[in-house]
Design a binder for this molecule. Sequence first.
Ligand code: OXD
Ligand code: MN
Length: 588
Amino acid sequence: MANAIERWVEEQAALTKPDKIHWVQGTEDEIRRLIDIGIKEEKTGGNQTFRELNPQVYANSYYHRSHPTDVSRTEHLTFVCHPNKEDAGPNNNWMEPNEAKTMVSKLFDGCMKGRTLYVIPYMMGHPDSPYAKPCIQITDSIYVVVSMCIMTRVGKKTLERIGSSEKFVRGLHSIGDLDPERRYIMHFPQEDLVMSIGSGYGGNALLGKKCFSLRIASNQGFKEGWLAEHMIIMGIEDKEGRITYMLGAFPSACGKTNLAMIDPVMEGYKVTTLGDDIAWINVGADGRLYAINPENGFFGVAPGTSDKTNYNMMRTLRAGKVYPTLFTNTGLDLDTNSPWWEGLSKEPPKNMLDWQGNMYDPASGKVAAHPNARFTVGAYNCPTLSKEFDNPQGVPISGIIFGGRRSDTVPLVCESFSWEHGVFKASSLGSETTTAAAGAVGVVRRDPMAMLPFCGYNMADYFGHWLHGLKLKNPPRIFFVNWFKKDAQGNFAWPGFSDNSRIIKWMLDRIKGSVSAKETPVGLMPNISDLMLDGLDISRDTMEKLLEIKPEEWKKEIAGIEEFYGQFGERLPKELLKHLAELKENFK
Ligand code: OXD
Ligand code: MN
């Protein structure tokens, strides 16, 4: 008698009609064989799925180019299919589940003819963690299989953990014909099921990532009393050797990966990395929050990454020790057979293919790497990886940082008055859009907790869950940052990158209770004299501007929040309206 996994795989095979079925083990040998298949696999336009890169420059690394229409998450084609539209909320595209399934099943019908169906058993979270979840993904893309082997814990432990149970998250994926008209990323939270067709891009196709670890998992957390968040996890060790763990939520392409691996400018301080994108957060027996990173690798934006901006990530990318490293949609330097992207070095290589495989002409004014070009690399390659990375219980959290990309209005740093006030501020966060998702770039959109594209249920209920759903006795402090404020000339006023550690230092001092803060209409803010600015060439005037609160900007901000909140009607928790009214009052 077949078990639930076998039965589900058989059903999907009957639908998709592959030539072959391959059960993935996730061993080094197998990954090597899959890469070899990918090297031989011809794609349209004469590309290979993988091209081996120069091991002298990047060890154990492969180049991949995706279809030019398939380079980012497609939020307008992503649906969360609860039986009731209201449960999906205004923050999600919705379709009635049966209708959605019928519609995509037609696209899946026979889509793997002539291809191999890969079954990937994987864990999100360390297999020994009580918070980890077993999952099965089906795909017909070797790029996806290899990426999943890097990003998640693939292998037989998952099959053992599922055993004869029916309880596992199911993900059916096919690249289909890559036609954007036939591209859908469908979530069925009631069944812990994702069906994704027509895209091979990370956030659409590696179903363990955004689809499961955020959209499906946030919904599970809502029902079970925990949180699945778009957050980094890091430990900050001070001079005395004490480690403080913090979470950081930022919208896509706002420097999360850089922050997770930051090299502090303060003597004697060290940052250790636990995660750069997703945190699953549970309440421990002591009433504190504990976080694990469900992933096992980093899928980061390449452009802008360099020895200067993120030396630790560059070391991670060159390590090639554990699992292969993939570079997708970067330029390709033909002389050195290595990837190149804007920001990696000042001068572009002379003899280079751009991300679409054409000879790159610097005079064209075009970029060589797609702005959302990515690397996929195993976490164990990271020199700053925390020794607690595999701790099944996770790490205790003392502070949460929320950020966004704002040219104005939002100050460099601010602390909330309380947990509830912090939830209010996080629920009304705005950020300028980036290239991580298809659509206009640079427009301010409300992105609560940096979760707008990832919350698998009605965000009004999500806010309520943050306020009342956790049995928190000992909440962490909540901070807000904006590294992206611009000066009158339109340049970033704050140097960013490793200098952001100066602001983290202030947070640590607040957590320890060693500095006071000023009360302002928007929260608690630092006295400039309490910030560690030694060695930084920044004027007092610039610092004041970075911390300035302009009433006319905030009045606009309040109007934006009111409009955003308006969509949620009666479902919005009253506490948030109370805080909004107070904020308004503060600016009268
Ligand atoms: C990501 C994203 O890929 O947020 O992490 O888009
Ligand atoms: Mn992300």
